[in-house]
Design a binder for this molecule. Structure first.
Ligand code: FMN
Length: 215
């Protein structure tokens, strides 16, 4: 029953703002359909959705199971929290992210919890946790859009983030919106085709740069 409801919700989402990746072979539809829209309906997420998104991050893999990630949450219905994080974004990102339901600042600890020694996988593992959040959002009928365009110096000071942490990204989560309501420049960007380098430039065998033979 739950599976049917989820599937229906997902089909509605798909019709509203579909931009499936033109893949070379079949992949999981959750991955194929995830994309980074600029259009969100200005509605909050439920508390449960927010917790589900965080729980998905919690179960990401990490080097030594060190779990170097942490997240500062700014839900839309907490106006002060939302505006605080929105204000850290570059203006170009604020212009569309202002409509999302939840902003999340992802923070990566760069030292190991147990020993205090440097952990070169801090950012890597936080990125994996972040992507788990994005896929969970997708599975809930929401969308997510990551951003590097924010003022990290300002955000570090605002949130009193310790020195052994790096500010990894800010992610906007929200309900898919109607792109026809976007201003012209954003609508054009939002409608642009999804581009990727071919597999031959990223899947190698034997030696770096030697393409894995494809059928
Ligand atoms: C670390 C990171 C930083 C990004 N920074 C921005 C940003 O500042 N503004 C923006 O509009 N999109 C940003 N993006 C989104 C990318 O532009 C987007 O993921 C990429 O173009 C691929 O499109 P897709 O996610 O729809 O497949 C960022 C994505 C990542 C992972």
């Amino acid at each position: 029953m739950i599976a049917v409801n989820l599937w229906n919700r997902w089909k509605v989402l798909d019709l509203m703002s579909a931009k499936p990746a033109p893949t070379s072979v079949e992949i999981h539809s959750l991955i194929q359909h995830r994309w980074s829209p600029l259009s969100f309906r200005p509605e909050p997420l439920t508390k449960l959705q927010i917790i589900q998104i965080c729980e998905a991050a919690r179960w990401a893999p990490s080097s030594y199971n060190d779990q170097p990630w942490s997240f500062l949450l700014a839900p839309r219905d907490d106006q002060a929290a939302f505006e605080k994080l929105l204000g850290c974004l570059m203006e170009a990102n604020q212009s569309w992210a202002k409509n999302c339901g939840l902003l999340v600042l992802a923070v990566a600890r760069t030292t190991l919890k147990k020993t205090g020694k440097p952990n070169k996988f801090g950012l890597h593992d936080t990125g994996m946790a972040t992507f788990s959040m994005m896929l969970q959002a997708e599975a809930l009928g929401l969308r997510a859009h990551a951003m590097g365009g924010f003022n990290a110096v300002h955000a570090r000071a605002m949130y009193a983030i310790p020195e052994n942490c790096e500010l990894a990204s800010v992610i906007a989560f929200g309900h898919p919106g109607d792109a026809s309501n976007l201003p012209d420049d954003l609508r054009t960007r939002d409608a642009s085709s999804r581009e990727r380098q071919p597999l031959s430039q990223m899947a190698f065998i034997g030696k770096f740069g030697e393409p894995f033979p494809l059928p």
